[in-house]
Design a protein around this ligand. Sequence first.
Ligand code: GLU
Length: 554
Amino acid sequence: MASVDADASRVGLEVLRKGGNATDAAVATAAALGVTEPYSAGIGGGGFFVHYSARTGEVETIDGREKAPAAMPHDAFIDPETGEEYPFFPDMVTSGASVGVPGTPLTWDKALRTWGTRSLAQSLRPAARLARKGFVVDETFRQQTVDNAERFAAIDSTAELFLPGGSAPEVGSRFRNPDLAATYDLLGRNGVKAFYRGPLAAEIAATVVQPPKNEDTDLPVPAGWVTTEDLAGYTAPDREPTRSTYRDLDVYGMAPPSSGGTSVGEALNILERYDLAAMSDPQAYHHMLEASAIAFADRGAYLGDADHVEVPVEALLDDTFATERACTLDAESAQPKPVAAEDAYDYDGVCDNASGAGETARDTENLETTNLTVVDRWGDVVEYTLTIEQTGGSGITVPGRGFLLNNELTDFSTTYRADDPNRIEPNKRPRSSMSPTIVLSDGRPVLAVGSPGGSTIITTVLQILVDRLARDRTLPEAMAAPRASQRNAASTGAEPAFIEAYGGPLTELGHGFAATAELGAATAIEIGPGGLLTSTAEPWRRGGGSAMVVRPLD
Ligand code: GLU
């Protein structure tokens, strides 16, 4: 059991200890994260749930991504007063306009019904208890509140809950959320329909359409479009997972509307052609950064909600396509970035295409989601990433209900071009980067990993997989290794320790770096011989995560 937070991991571990399975524990933990990490995830948001069943040997997924309301216009983020896009932060994100129909409650319910052994009521109970009792505010929670204080103050219901007495709660104080506890109780009592229909649904829609804006704020807080019909019509579909191979391993990931599975898979397919284990660290990371840039070029060209646009998933994960994509990867020098996308409808694996210049997409995805990994005694595995997008989501709390609404719709591209696969469209799900990944060997799971981090999720998951699977580091080493993130941009974001360790030789190869304090907040579990579990979380990023096992080895 691994999550970013000790209180939440303990809730999950308790479920496992009492005989619950991985799905039971995952839902209970996620509900607890809605209490202790309310700015990262909760019932006002969405996510992707990936499940391996030991009984059937199958990997299946639930798409709980938020959905644009039916009335959302293509130019939703253009300020009618100026004709220009709202400034991104804090204006655009603090808006009803950015709120998508939440998918998390239905994801929990569906996961429990499909694979769980416990009811929604049972699964929400420990989290409701935690919300009533409260948790001790740590530095991360306080800092996140301080960083968002201006926009939280702009919404009366949010200020009331998260800025008690007008300011961020002190470190060491207890933060209680009885409103959320009551909302969890309501869902437990009346089922998930109490979220998507009835009074709570009506309140959600009313809050989006007319956000409870403080009269003194200078922020515009544009209204959104979510209606009770949008809520009643929401579904969390099963999606066929993406599948690609890395050597003799099968890598299962999240299909569109996430770009996680195709991007991680494509990069691994490219890297599969090199003996990374025989390379020096800088050489291996050079290959990883180049493969990542290529995968991001194709992601920008093709990824969106496959219910609305054609996404060539098979081509992007095809080894012949990867062979052709590897043509531009030069072991001696970095390609000029951005690199161009490849034609996924016309390729033959032959190196004949001149590589043109590509474009770097504007990247506004936020970095604060949450992720959890669970393996149970029967060998079932859950990898689950969930989010409300921005830290604090839209900044809008449903009055009296104790949870924030997401701003996931800002994950749509804002090129406003009709041919952009991730263009804003009504009833569409914005493209995600979430990459919950389960790796199988001979049909048995060996590793599950996922992370928050917006578009850096893809590179964090890729790097952990590369370090563990291709470079033979132990999982704890792979989790601790300093990270870098190349997303088809002129410069590579990297943690200071990465730049210090590898920046010299990589700069000589033509890479440029921009320091970023930390990348990701991953969790991962390895299933070793005899079912021995190595449960891992971040040693220090985001204040350190929390990994546990039911029966530790002495
Ligand atoms: N909205 C992002 C996505 O779907 C996740 C945000 C985050 O990781 O904080 O990829």
